[in-house]
Design a protein around this ligand. Sequence first.
Ligand code: NI
Length: 137
Amino acid sequence: MPLVRFSVSIDQELVEAFDSLVEAQGYANRSEAIRDAMRSRLVRQEWEKGDEVAGVITLLYDHHRHGVSEALTEIQHHALAEVISATHVHVDEDNCLEFVAVRGEARAIEKLADRMISLKGVKHGALTATSTGKKLR
Ligand code: NI
């Protein structure tokens, strides 16, 4: 891919705010931070358009709560098209952390995540929305 240089007019205050973010995050330079910001917006668009996407669903739950782990397993067994893999970590005597890697249509992934996160007994759940990477460079 050839590199393209382009100039953009931006308010000084916005550039300064962005540059302090660039420094705080440890970016090598402003260009890489801008590339990341662009990719991040493109990934969001993939989700908005309902494209094929990828993500990770994280679930923290108390395994003593009756039926939670069974319900989570049941849901995943009925979503084989989306679920790529699942890892279960025993955080302590009570808490389990599960991360489920998923890939598929954005709407289906969101529905799957919502179903698992909203289960009674799940203390905290989140969907990390990312991309299959096919349209990103
Ligand atoms: Ni566990």
